[in-house]
Design a protein around this ligand. Sequence first.
Ligand SMILES: Nc1ncnc2c1ncn2[C@@H]1O[C@H](COP(=O)(O)OP(=O)(O)O)[C@@H](O)[C@H]1O
Ligand SMILES: [Mg+2]
Length: 297
Amino acid sequence: MNKSDLKGKLPLLAQGKVRELYKLPDNKLLFVATDRISAYDVILGNGIPDKGRVLTALSRFWFDYLKDVVPNHLADHGDVIACLPESIQSDSDLAAVLKDRALVVNRYKILPLEVIVRGYITGSAWNEYKKTGTVHGTQMPAGLQESQAFPTPIYTPSTKAEQGEHDENISPEKAAEIVGKDLAAKVEQIALALYKKAHDYAQTKGIIIADTKFEFGVDESGNVVLVDEVLTPDSSRFWPKDSYKIGQGQDSYDKQYVRDWLVANGLKGVDGVSIPEDVANKTREKYLEVYEKLVKA
Ligand SMILES: Nc1ncnc2c1ncn2[C@@H]1O[C@H](COP(=O)(O)OP(=O)(O)O)[C@@H](O)[C@H]1O
Ligand SMILES: [Mg+2]
């Protein structure tokens, strides 16, 4: 399902790279995960079958596992259809589409930060470190090797760019300027606690969570609430623990086939490219494997 079609039954509020958000009464949202996939910052023409379902189920799992660390935006008690208007409940085709790929959530004011936590040095952090010895502007110990664990996980926020723009890595000080010192400190502490708890759990399932991105909202009383998706392959780097090796890049669980295919075909970063069915299917297997390892095993 590459695009949801609610046949005008609810007003569409926003469309992100992957999700569609519809307005519900009482300041709630219907939060629908499609099968769209982005790679190298562009959305591909075709989706990964079942991806939206996997992201939704994984997020539900983590919201529950982490609920003692911080409250979250879930508002459907696990039964999304029961929370929707009668016009949707009685449309069995529509209900079947939404059942496993949608959440009803409370709508919050979203902090304009991508709250990234990194346990291992890779990606843009590794690139910066190689040049300057810093990560998001903060000095790091000398002699770190690619993919090595930081002495302790670090909070490395970035801006939340408008659609079509790139997020920008910023220092914790800059993040404090954007949302205020107290709120930034609270968010940092919560994000590190979430990462540590999830990382330790995933280790026991053979997965290394190298880094991840959280988003937070604030309620009317100023309380911090965990929103969006949580600890999915789209918001995180998951590495198989078996093949982890310091001093090199790691296999990632999810988009490697897609990225490799795009690069091999000279289509990296080109808009609207469709990938062959076998590449999409192999990628689907990867998403399912992560889910099964983390939740089922
Ligand atoms: N509880 C919430 N209330 C309001 N907005 C939310 C909530 N949870 C997530 N969002 C927003 O919904 C959007 C999710 O759609 P997605 O396709 O993931 O977007 P993006 O392309 O920005 O990653 C994001 O902009 C996110 O900030
Ligand atoms: Mg998103």
